[in-house]
Design a protein around this ligand. Structure first.
Ligand code: G6P
Ligand code: MG
Length: 220
């Protein structure tokens, strides 16, 4: 029986995926390189340094460790400027209603995000109080698709990974959740997310009844 929901942050709860994309694109452009929105799908869920390495790889550029940390810092400065004025209007549709429904039904709720900005974003958007546990990029060294971020959340909640359902918009995140032995609900507008147990285009389509039907393999 599923009694725990673990949410990815960027692109599931909060509309930040496009800001990450714009900031990475600006960084790539400053290096004389560009990448497309479909390339960007592969960066979703991946931590900052690993994302940078992928972009440099695509560009065929090699940078030493010091240069890489300066580039990552530059991207994060641009990103932080974009999210500075963030508030509850930046929550994705359906986020608050679904969290409220789960909280009223005694589900354990956690966030499992690669982002080092997760706590700040949860505070700004006013949803921090829903989560017993927030595992973010400051707590785990290994990036999704490594399952550590989700296993750590289950461990801190004292729940079995098999009792957890993960909500993810990134391919790396779906893989991480599967490797953790958890159920996964893919949150995506298009059909480019593979391997999840069920899909919704956004949390506005979610409620506990739908969650249970996906988990029990009897889609509504
Ligand atoms: C999430 C996003 C990625 C982002 C990563 C690290 O997983 O989907 O696009 O690169 O977090 O975020 P940070 O805020 O630490 O740079
Ligand atoms: Mg995401």
């Amino acid at each position: 029986k599923i009694n725990t929901c673990i949410f990815d942050l960027d692109g599931v709860l909060v509309d930040t995926a496009s800001y990450h994309f714009l900031a990475w694109k600006r960084l790539a452009n400053s290096l004389g390189f560009d990448f497309s929105e479909s390339d960007n799908e592969r960066l979703k869920g991946v931590n900052r340094m690993s994302s940078l390495k992928m972009i440099l790889d695509w560009a065929g550029l090699s940078k030493n460790e010091n240069e890489r940390s300066l580039l990552a810092e530059q991207k994060n400065d641009w990103y932080k400027t974009m999210i500075r004025t963030m508030n509850s209007s930046n929550l994705l549709p359906g986020t608050e209603a679904f969290l409220e429904e789960l909280a009223c039904s005694d589900y354990h709720l956690a966030v499992g995000s690669a982002s080092k900005n997760a706590e700040a974003i949860l505070q700004k958007t006013g949803i921090r109080h829903y989560f017993e546990v927030v595992v973010d990029g400051n707590m785990v060294s290994k990036s999704k698709p490594n399952p550590l971020v989700f296993l750590k959340a289950a461990e801190l909640l004292f729940v079995d990974p098999k009792a957890c359902a993960v909500f993810e918009d990134a391919q790396a995140g779906v893989e991480a959740a599967l490797r953790a032995g958890m159920k996964v609900i893919g949150v995506a507008e298009s059909a480019n997310l593979l391997g999840a147990h069920g899909y919704v285009t956004g949390l506005s389509e979610m409620n506990i009844e739908r969650l249970e039907s996906i988990i029990n393999g009897t889609p509504l």
